[in-house]
Design a protein. Structure first.
Length: 703
């Protein structure tokens, strides 16, 4: 028994005696989740995060050369990456085609054994696409956050095979990471343990050891390094020739994976359960077999981004011109993109959860609660994006770390909760009551910060950048050329009409009669102001408006998706089918020379607009699936009285679904952030596994 293992056992039993209560802890099955910024890998949903993953790179054995390790998602890896199946909690299957230089395919799996919370089995499968086999270095590691002062990682041996033993105060006893199966003997096996302040950066630790060679093949130094203290990071390295398969078990001594566990059998069971659940929730309307399989992949893309964040976040107060640091923050959220956006966004999550609540109601409640727990307790403010903890901050520019306290995204979360609650009020009233006080505070934030000073019950976005505004979520959507305090904005006005209506309903449900009356007043007045001030009778749409010395001056004559928000949000009165504005906005949406794109759906900006496809080419014409879903949802609201609404909704659904599927299969399984007008080509940030997944609800016609 080596000296480090003796030290390990001593420290383990010491800390066990100091933290006996840990043994009493019972974790939910979501205690282990996918890691946000890596191709594959897991982390614990705990303060003292435990990280694990597979890392790989090619070995050019004849030259003694190597490629950079692949673990953290990066576009310059030129990898075709997609989530094949995942429910975000119990299992995952990730496919990667690495053709840049390796021309190999790798598949990564994880699965939680039935009836176990603290254990995971992980598998990597590799094969070459060429006639000759590839030689691939593969690493499996376990590391623990340095916030856990008791963290220990050691390399030990069983039947001459290295395995990792670790201890964390957040886990039930010793955690082991052991090889359970390998399809062939590796060419090389090596190992390394060290202390590192950034235990999530396995790639950096690997590359720091690249000067160690044996027989022309890279290997780790086969040692435990105490130079920086007791190790909190340990890694096992194997060099395989394809084809190969390697299974490792991540489990605790209190919750070991049983000998009866058969990886492939349980994975198939989980996948069948997933498919059955999908069909019961979404499948009744998705008859086409190709569409059905596509829908399951889309849902897997979203749930495969379910992530947990814990640690420090930063807040910038522009009034004090000071940045504040807050500790011990936690957030549970889906992320839109592992490559460029491996972090949560407030209004993105509100859209994601239109799918999540249908799939797993309790998961939605947990996600929403974690978001609203991060609101400012006084003002109700919630940051537009959350960059929490060291790993998330390592993947974002430092200037973006701090949330700005007078800027906030649209209140989609409220409307998603409204839909969720209405489906089953009796069983969901308890959750509504629990979160209602926080909803009130955030509602007040919009009123206190976005209320215009030019005329009562009108609103304007803050956070202007040039002629766009980040707060709106529609970043570069064109506004007035110069920011002015005399401007009022139709999209925030529309959001506030809908929000006050929803808050009136919530107040009624929880028995808050006093505020119910207030919210009703604010609803009627904001709706009245919207109809009086923002309508442009010449263009037959709503538009941003500017005042001059307290007098209505001019419309900001851009026509785009926000111009029809009152229909898309269902706030324009139905009026028994006699509302001429509804009819006119539907005509504008249906007009191919204005908003409707025959290739991809509704454009974000009219093709006739002077700003069309200019600037960042983002919200200036591109097609966004979340907006197309929202507008289809609004059109469905009017269908009973306006037949043209149903005709347009069907047209949008058919166009969007066909284009997204076409681009998905053309680009080897990628969803895109936006789609280009006229061509329908996928554009920006793929695989984009965020609100583009709303195509699933359009396919299932769930609004």
């Amino acid at each position: 028994m080596n000296s480090f293992y003796i030290l390990f056992l001593f420290l383990f039993f010491f800390f066990s005696s100091q933290t006996a209560s840990i043994k009493e802890t019972t974790f939910e099955r979501d205690f282990i989740l996918p890691r946000p910024p890596v191709y594959n890998g897991i982390q614990t949903k705990s303060k003292n995060t435990i990280y694990s993953s597979f890392v790989y790179h090619e070995h050019l054995q004849e030259h003694g050369q190597f490629l950079k390790p692949r673990e953290v998602c990066q576009y310059d890896d030129r990898i075709n990456y997609r989530v094949v199946r995942a429910d975000g909690i119990n299992f995952s299957h990730v496919y990667m085609e690495d053709t840049y230089k390796m021309d190999s395919e790798l598949e990564f799996y994880y699965i939680k054994p039935t009836n176990q919370n603290n254990s995971v089995a992980m598998k990597i499968v590799g094969q070459s696409n060429l006639e000759e086999e590839a030689t691939i270095s593969v690493y499996s590691y376990l590391s623990i956050s340095t916030e856990d002062k008791s963290a220990i990682c050691s390399i030990n041996f069983e039947d001459k095979q290295p395995f990792i033993s670790s201890y964390s105060s957040d886990y039930n006893g010793i955690i082991n990471l052991k090889t359970h199966f390998q399809s062939k003997e590796p060419l090389v096996t090596s190992y390394y343990a060290v202390r590192n302040d950034e235990p999530y950066l396995a790639t950096d630790i690997i590359t720091s050891q690249f000067n160690h060679y044996g027989g022309g093949i890279f290997q780790l130094p086969n040692k435990t390094d105490y130079s920086k203290g007791v190790p909190n990071f340990a890694i096992i390295h194997k060099v395989f020739q394809t084809p190969f398969e390697w299974i490792v078990y991540f489990d605790s001594e209190d919750d070991p994976i049983p000998s009866s566990f058969v990886f492939d059998e349980q994975f198939i069971q989980q996948q069948l359960a997933f498919d059955s659940k999908f069909d019961s929730i979404f499948g009744s309307q998705i008859i086409n077999a190709t569409h059905n399989q596509f829908g399951k992949q889309v849902l897997s893309h979203l749930l495969g981004g379910l992530s947990y964040f814990y640690g420090t976040r930063y807040i910038y107060d522009p009034y004090e011109n000071k940045t504040f640091e807050f500790y011990d923050n936690e957030l549970y959220s889906c992320i839109p993109n592992k490559f460029y956006f491996p972090r949560p966004f407030f209004w993105d999550e509100g859209f994601h959860d239109k799918i999540v609540w249908r799939w797993e109601p309790k998961l939605f409640e947990n996600i929403m609660t974690s978001w609203f727990n991060l609101q400012n307790e006084t003002t109700g403010w919630i940051a537009r994006e959350m960059i929490i903890g060291s790993e998330a901050q390592s993947r974002a520019p430092e200037w973006a770390w701090a949330g700005i306290t007078n800027q906030m995204n649209p209140p989609i979360f409220f409307f998603t909760l409204f839909e969720y609650y209405q489906q089953d009020p009796q069983s969901r009233i308890t959750f509504l009551k629990s979160i209602y006080p926080k909803l009130q505070k955030t509602y007040d934030f919009y009123w206190n910060n976005c209320l215009s000073t030019v005329t009562p019950y009108t609103f304007v976005w803050l956070g202007r950048v040039g002629d766009g505004t980040l707060d709106s979520g529609l970043d570069d959507y064109p506004r007035a050329p110069e920011p002015t305090k005399q401007e009022v904005d139709i999209d925030i006005q529309s959001w506030m009409v809908k929000l006050s209506y929803v808050m009136q309903y919530f107040a009624q449900e929880v028995g808050d009669t006093k505020n119910q009356s207030l919210y009703h007043l604010e609803y009627t007045e904001t709706l009245k102001k919207m109809r009086e001030i923002f309508w442009n009778s010449k263009q037959h749409v709503y538009q941003d408006t500017r005042y001059q010395n307290g007098t209505l001056d001019e419309k900001i004559e851009h026509v785009g998706i926000i111009s029809v928000f009152p229909v898309c949000l269902g706030i324009e009165p139905i009026d028994n089918g006699n509302n001429q504005r509804v009819k006119e906005m539907i005509q504008v949406m249906n007009n191919t020379s204005i908003l409707f794109d025959e290739q991809a759906g509704l454009r974000s900006l009219s093709s006739k607009d002077s700003a069309f496809m200019l600037s960042g080419n983002y919200w200036r014409g591109n097609i966004w699936i979340n907006m197309n879903y929202m507008c289809s949802q609004g059109l469905k609201f009017y269908e009973q009285y306006y037949p043209e609404a149903k005709t347009l909704r069907n047209r949008i659904e058919e166009t969007v679904i066909n284009n997204v599927i076409k681009e998905y299969f053309k680009t080897h399984g990628s969803l895109w952030e936006t789609y280009m007008p006229f061509t329908g080509l996928g554009y920006n940030n793929n695989p984009f596994n965020g609100w583009t997944t709303l195509v699933l609800l359009m396919m299932a016609q769930l609004y």
